[in-house]
Design a binder for this molecule. Structure first.
Ligand code: NDP
Length: 502
C-alpha cells in the first residue's frame, strides 16, 4: 500500500478528522472517527486473529515479529519522516525513537518463550505425589491507547510485548498522531500478511478510546496523562477489564557534591529539552548540592545558549506537538516568575516554538515544580546535601523515573534505590528506556503495571497453574475416607519440619 493510500484510509468514512504538521499546519492525513460499533467490530476480528496467533506458538510468532522489525528497519527513514511531519520532532530523534522500538521488538520476540513458556515447578511437601506446571497464557485481544509524544516507541512498548505474549492488539493512537499509528498497522499487514488482523488500528478522539475500553478487550494498556487515565479506568471498571497505566511524571535529577558536573549538566539539558520536553521520563527538576550548584548552573547556561527550536535540519528540537500544551508551559512559567523565580534562559512562549527555559529559585509549591510541565523547561534548585535532594525529589505525587549523578557507586546506588520511582539512571538520563530487559513503569500518579522486559511480557498474560497426580498416596488427606489418625500424623510431620523454628 502506498503512503498516500495509507494516509487516506478515511475515503468512505462518514465522520473524519485531519492530522496536521504542528510546525506548519499542513495536513498530514485524513482519518476516520471510528465509532463504538466499528471499534467492537475490530475487537471481534481481533478475537479470531488472536486464536490463530496464539496457535502459532513462540517460534511462529518470533519469525513473524522478526519480519515486522525487518520491515521497520528497511522503512526507517520513511517512518521517521512521517513522525517528523506529524509530531514535529527532528528527523534524527525520530530515527532514534524507531530504533529503540525495533530493539524492544527483537527482545520481546526472542525472550517470550523463556519468560512465559510452560515449566515444571516444585510441588512441595503436601503435594509431593503431584507434578506442578506453570505457564503464562495470552489474554486474547489487548487494547492499546497511546499518546503523541513518542508515537512509535511508546505504543510499541505495549504492542511488541502483547504480540510476543500471543495476543492480538487493537491500537488507538492519539488524535495528534493517527498517521503514524495507521502506518504501523499497514506495515504489519505488509510484513505479516498471514496474520494481518493481529494488529489493527482504530482512529478518532477520546470517544473512540472510551469505546475501546468498553469493547470487551482482555486488557487495556493506556499511556497518557493521569486525568485521562482515571477516565479510562472508570470505563474499564464497568466490565472489570484490567488496565495497565503508564502515566506522566515530574522526574528529578540529583547532582551530588562529587558528580561530574559537566556530564550532569549535559544530561540534564538533553533530558529536559529533547523532544521539546514532551517526554514522560524527561527531567523537569534538578536538585544540586551547594558546593557544585554555581558550576552546574553555569554549565547548563552554556549548553542551552545555542539550542534552538524549529522545524529545519539545524533545530535542536521541534514545536509543541499539541498547541494547547504551550498554554500549560506558559502558566507554569508565569506562576514561577510571579512567585519570585529567576529566569536563566528563555521564559517566553510565543506560538508553538518554546525556547529552552531554565528557572532558578523556584518555590517548591509552585506549579512548575509540582505539576508535569511537558515543555522544554528545567528548574534548578540548590540543596544542602543529597539527602535533602532526595527528600525533595520524593515529595511529589508522581513517581515515574529520575537520575542521580555521583562518582561514588555505593552512594549513587543507595540514592537510586531510595528514589520513589519506577526507574532511575545513574550518571545518565533515560537510559533504562533503551534496555529491553528492564521493566518500565511508575508508582503513584505515574501509574502501575509494567511494559518492557519479562514483567512487560507477563503483563499481557494470565498465569495458569496445573497440577497432575503422578501416583496416589496410601492416605489421601483431601478425601472423606481419610482415617481419623491422619490429622495427628500430619501435625507430627509439621512439628518435625517447622516446629524447630523460633
Ligand atoms: P492524554 O491523556 O491526553 O491522551 C492519551 C490517549 O488517550 C490519547 O490517545 C487520547 O486520545 C486518549 N483519550 C482521551 N480521552 C479518552 C477517554 N475518555 N477514554 C479513552 N481514551 C481517551 O495524553 P497525551 O496524548 O496528551 O500524552 C501526554 C501524556 O502522556 C503525558 O502526561 C505524558 O507524561 C504521558 N506519557 C506517559 C508515558 C509513560 O510511559 N508513562 C509515555 C509517554 C507519555 P485523543 O488524543 O484522541 O484525545
Amino acid at each position: 500500500m502506498s503512503l498516500a493510500e495509507q494516509l487516506d484510509p478515511a475515503a468512505d468514512a462518514t465522520e473524519t478528522f485531519e492530522s496536521t504538521d504542528p510546525a506548519t499546519g499542513a495536513v498530514v492525513g485524513v482519518f476516520p472517527v471510528h465509532d463504538a460499533a466499528a471499534v467492537r467490530e475490530a475487537v471481534e476480528r481481533g478475537r479470531g486473529a488472536a486464536q490463530r496467533w496464539a496457535a502459532l506458538g513462540f517460534d511462529g510468532r518470533r519469525q513473524r515479529l522478526a519480519a515486522f522489525r525487518g520491515h521497520l528497519a528497511r522503512e526507517l527513514h520513511g517512518l521517521a519522516d512521517l513522525v517528523h511531519r506529524e509530531n514535529g520532532k527532528p528527523h534524527a530523534d525520530a530515527v532514534l525513537e524507531i530504533t529503540l522500538a525495533i530493539d524492544h521488538l527483537a527482545w520481546a520476540g526472542a525472550h517470550a518463550r523463556r519468560a512465559l513458556g510452560p515449566r515444571r515447578v516444585r510441588a512441595g511437601v503436601l503435594a509431593a505425589n503431584h507434578a506442578a506446571y506453570l505457564e503464562y497464557q495470552p489474554l486474547g485481544v489487548v487494547g492499546v491507547i497511546g499518546p503523541w509524544n513518542y508515537p512509535v516507541f511508546t505504543p510499541m512498548g505495549s504492542i511488541a510485548y502483547a504480540l510476543a505474549a500471543g495476543n492480538a492488539v487493537v491500537f488507538k493512537p492519539s488524535e495528534y498522531t493517527p498517521a503514524v499509528g495507521t502506518w504501523l498497522a499497514a506495515a504489519w499487514r505488509t510484513a505479516v500478511p498471514d496474520a494481518a488482523d493481529v494488529l489493527q488500528v482504530v482512529t478518532g478522539f477520546g470517544g473512540t478510546g472510551a469505546a475501546l475500553c468498553r469493547a470487551g478487550v482482555g486488557k487495556l494498556a493506556f499511556t497518557g496523562s493521569a486525568p485521562t487515565g482515571r477516565k479510562v479506568m472508570a470505563a474499564c471498571a464497568e466490565t472489570l477489564t484490567p488496565v495497565l497505566m503508564e502515566l506522566g511524571g515530574k522526574d528529578a535529577m540529583i547532582v551530588d557534591d562529587d558528580a561530574d558536573v559537566a556530564a550532569a549538566a549535559d544530561a540534564a539539558v538533553w533530558g529536559a529539552m529533547s523532544n521539546a520536553g514532551q517526554t514522560c521520563i524527561g527531567i523537569e527538576r534538578v536538585y544540586v548540592t551547594a558546593p557544585v550548584y554555581d558550576r552546574f548552573v553555569a554549565e547548563v547556561g552554556e549548553r542551552v545558549r545555542d539550542l534552538r527550536p524549529g522545524s529545519d535540519d539545524g533545530a535542536a528540537y521541534g514545536p509543541m506537538t499539541m498547541p494547547s500544551q504551550a498554554d500549560v508551559v506558559r502558566r507554569h512559567l508565569d506562576d514561577a516568575t510571579s512567585a519570585g523565580a529567576r529566569t536563566l534562559t528563555g521564559g517566553t512562549v510565543q506560538g508553538v516554538f518554546v525556547p529552552p527555559t531554565v528557572l532558578l529559585d523556584v518555590p517548591e509549591e509552585s506549579a512548575a515544580v509540582r505539576e508535569e510541565t511537558f515543555g522544554p523547561t528545567l528548574t534548578i534548585t540548590r540543596v544542602a546535601d543529597a539527602e535533602e535532594a532526595l527528600e525533595r525529589t520524593n515529595a511529589t505525587s508522581y513517581g515515574l523515573a529520575g537520575a542521580v549523578f555521583s562518582r561514588s557507586r555505593a552512594r549513587a546506588m543507595d540514592l537510586a534505590r531510595r528514589m520513589r520511582s519506577g526507574m532511575t539512571s545513574v550518571n545518565s538520563v533515560l537510559t533504562f528506556a533503551g534496555v529491553p530487559s528492564l521493566p518500565f513503569g511508575g508508582v503513584g500518579e505515574s501509574g502501575f503495571g509494567r511494559i518492557h522486559g519479562e514483567d512487560g511480557l507477563k503483563e499481557f498474560t494470565r498465569a495458569k497453574a496445573i497440577t497432575r497426580q503422578r501416583f496416589p498416596l496410601p492416605v489421601d488427606l483431601m478425601s472423606f475416607s481419610r482415617p481419623p489418625a491422619a490429622a495427628d500424623a500430619l501435625a507430627r510431620v509439621m512439628r518435625l519440619v517447622h516446629g524447630r523454628h523460633r
